[in-house]
Design a protein around this ligand. Structure first.
Ligand code: CO
Length: 176
């Protein structure tokens, strides 16, 4: 029987696509890219705790990821997730990102991943990063980030290189 639930499937950690190096996007404004972004939006906001998603997680090995704007307000986000409230579907799009600068100061925090369901672990990452990327209109941009945004950006860029947070995490364990 066909699955009629309109939910984009998120690949889980055993899937080989998650381990590939994603390819650069060449045609930013193509219908294909628009469709991909739409699918990623649905997949990310379809999960109560989805704050970032990379294309490989839905089976498309391309260098693009989204971050929910909720990450700018971590306290509100935590509350919304706890109360299972629907969130505003607002997001940033990052295409062909490269990290240009990282702070020498590193910070540790607990991470999870939509492709590593149920497992959480502490990951040490630079506190701040500066990245170069293209937006969905093909404009080249530079952005500095700190706090949760910096962490999510680094987590998602790892996905584009075939890296999962469990490769880096300490004390990773199942949380039920
Ligand atoms: Co992830």
């Amino acid at each position: 029987m066909k699955n009629t639930i309109n939910k984009t499937m998120i690949l889980q950690k055993e899937n080989k696509t998650l381990r590939e190096i994603a390819k650069e996007i060449k045609d930013f404004k193509s219908p294909e890219t628009k469709l991909l972004i739409g699918k990623m939006v649905t997949a990310m906001f379809g999960e109560l705790d989805g704050i970032g998603i990379a294309a490989p997680q839905i089976g498309i090995s391309k260098k693009i990821f989204l971050v929910a704007k909720d990450v700018l307000y971590p306290e509100n986000l935590e509350l919304a997730v706890k109360n299972k409230e629907p969130r505003k579907k607002e997001y940033f799009v990052f295409i062909n990102p490269t990290i240009k600068k990282m702070s020498t100061k590193k910070v540790k925090d607990v991470e999870g991943c939509l492709s590593v369901r149920g497992i959480y672990g502490e990951v040490v990452r630079p506190e701040k990063v500066t990245i170069e990327y293209f937006d969905e209109l093909g404009n080249k941009k530079t952005r500095g980030a700190s706090g949760l945004l910096a962490r999510v950006i680094q987590h998602e860029i790892d996905h584009l290189g075939g890296i999962l947070f469990i490769d880096k995490a300490k004390n990773a364990k199942y949380v039920t």
